[in-house]
Design a binder for this molecule. Structure first.
Ligand code: C5P
Length: 252
């Protein structure tokens, strides 16, 4: 360990991977789907461990399959150069409960926490590094995000189920950002958000939203198109294409 890294705050990544991924269709839980011959979760863990700052990765597994996830990770050990410690904990009913379980497993000396969806397996290292750098520079909460290419409409519930939804607003697209992960936090801020903010309702779809509800500042750094979330079947095709391009480019 270099002198420099000894003085830097210790950073851990919590990787929620307990979702069933129903939007991808029936079959294996999403995080265990294979991309380019390697399970999505393994890609996500490697993406975190590759960042020099990250010394610990906490994987949050489906509550009924923590042992299976541990076995899977044992089958795909990290390259020696990325030797972060990896631990597995069981998740919860919702994403935020899963993240809370991951936070509870952090050792006392961790000061910076990344939360990274297993469903974003291809996030580039530069994106991870820039999130960590912004937290270390003093931001309590940092999200990578991209401008929104589509115009976005706000809708209300229709009078009768199945009727077309009435549009109630068109936010200025120039001010909108689509947020990705890893989101980075000062540990104390994130833990306080999870303790004090309800895990449901507005602002609870991501961890930064919970910090916003605490009244703490959240800042955005540039995200990356390869940090997209694998949600629908077409995303699997895109992920395979990104991996093929990486292999062709640099033998990744
Ligand atoms: O459902 P969504 O796409 O928002 O899930 C984002 C991430 O949260 C995924 O990596 C998923 O595995 C995880 N998750 C979880 N526990 C849940 C639900 C989702 O860890 N109960």
């Amino acid at each position: 360990m270099s002198d420099e890294s000894r003085t830097e705050p210790r950073t851990a990544a919590v990787v929620p991977a307990a979702g069933r991924g129903v939007r991808l269709g029936p079959g294996t839980p999403k995080a265990l789907r294979v991309l380019g011959g390697t399970p999505m979760l393994v890609h996500a863990v490697r993406a975190m461990a590759r960042a020099r700052a990250v010394s610990l990765v906490v994987v949050v597994a489906p509550p009924d399959d923590a042992a299976g996830v541990q076995n899977l990770l044992d089958e795909y050990p990290l390259p020696a150069a990325d030797a972060a410690e990896v631990v597995v904990v069981p998740g919860g009913e919702t994403r935020q409960q899963s993240v809370s379980h991951g936070l509870a497993a952090l050792p006392a000396d961790i000061e910076v926490v990344l939360v990274h969806d297993a469903a974003r397996p291809l996030v580039p290292i530069d994106t991870v590094d820039s999130v960590v750098a912004a937290v270390r520079a003093g931001a309590p909460a940092v999200v990578p995000a991209l401008p929104v290419p589509d115009t976005v409409k706000e809708v209300a519930a229709p009078d009768r189920p199945g009727d077309p939804e009435p549009v109630i607003g068109t936010p200025d697209r120039a001010r909108l950002r689509a947020v990705q992960t890893p989101q980075g936090f000062d540990r104390k801020t994130l833990v306080e958000a999870h303790e004090r903010v309800s895990c449901e309702g507005e602002g609870a779809t991501d961890d930064a939203g919970m910090v916003e509800r605490l009244g703490q500042p959240v800042v955005v750094v540039p995200g990356h198109e390869e940090a997209f979330k694998v949600t629908r079947p077409l995303d699997l095709v895109l992920a395979e294409a990104v991996l093929a391009r990486r292999r062709a480019k640099d033998g990744f």
